[in-house]
Write a protein that binds this ligand. Sequence first.
Ligand SMILES: Nc1ncnc2c1ncn2[C@@H]1O[C@H](COP(=O)(O)OP(=O)(O)O)[C@@H](O)[C@H]1O
Ligand SMILES: CC(=O)N[C@@H](CCC(=O)OP(=O)(O)O)C(=O)O
Length: 302
Amino acid sequence: MAFSRESALDVANVLSESLPYIQRYAGKTLVIKYGGNAMTDEKLQAGFARDIVLMKAIGIHPIVVHGGGPQIGDMLEKLSIESKFINGMRVTDAATMDVVEMVLGGQVNKHIVNMISQAGGKAIGLTGKDSHFIQAKKLFVKHQAEGMSAPEPVDIGHVGEVASIDTNVLKVLENSDLIPVIAPIGVDAEGNSYNINADLVAGKVAEAVGAEKLMLLTNISGVQDKQGNVLTGLTTAQVDGLIADGTIYGGMLPKISCALSAVNAGVGSAIIIDGRVPHAILLEILTDKGVGTLISNTKAAE
Ligand SMILES: Nc1ncnc2c1ncn2[C@@H]1O[C@H](COP(=O)(O)OP(=O)(O)O)[C@@H](O)[C@H]1O
Ligand SMILES: CC(=O)N[C@@H](CCC(=O)OP(=O)(O)O)C(=O)O
């Protein structure tokens, strides 16, 4: 790209101003959750891949965890299998699990790996089955159906939560020029596959590697109040209230709960940002113009 002398100077100024931010994050691990709803636009995907490559080039260690809910939904529809969610979790029978594994581990994961390669980086795609690094256990969601006096645990099939993360493989990659791209599929000791919400995997990966920051890219400008205003900062107590009165529901529930759990377990900060904004990641880490909802460590704040 050819710049005029003035605009070249602007570029140089911007780069110079980002120095303190680069120094702050160089050598640190950042976990980026790339939501299925934020990755539907080709141009944005290319920008995302480029931002990840840039992070690695300036000495940050990015770990990408991706979703793919809409992509799974599309494939299920093609196969005439019904999609059903309870508390933001997909009800996953054996046939749905096969589709989840195919779409997340095959299609979506390799697409992101390919985009990063196109941007000049070296990505390596993993599911939790690789080196069995995401150990999962069955998740029962608490749900209050009509007529029930209190929420009860519901069996939603092959849906898991993270039991443990083996960080060995991630450490090997951190010390190389490879960027891990993780599909949220877990496995138990018997080799059974589990469909895990990608936010939950991102949060647990961030906790396990002691990440400096957890960034959750989604398809909305942040957590909003009932009037649609973005809540720029939230603590546990505020979140409890917003869930109780129904302001936070559906797909935002696992996002909020993994962000809270991560910061309370020592992750430096967790932020929910709008993945529809071009270069959302760079705006957040290399400028003071990042916007979204910052989830703070309430233990430290109290
Ligand atoms: N209080 C809230 N503020 C913003 N979004 C919310 C809120 N409560 C629920 N949501 C829903 O959560 C969605 C984000 O979750 P989801 O669709 O699962 O995203 P992703 O695919 O990025 O994981 C938003 O698009 C919105 O519909
Ligand atoms: C149990 C469960 O709900 N798993 C998710 C996994 C993908 C995901 O989390 O994708 P997004 O981040 O794009 O929503 C699902 O089947 O849709």
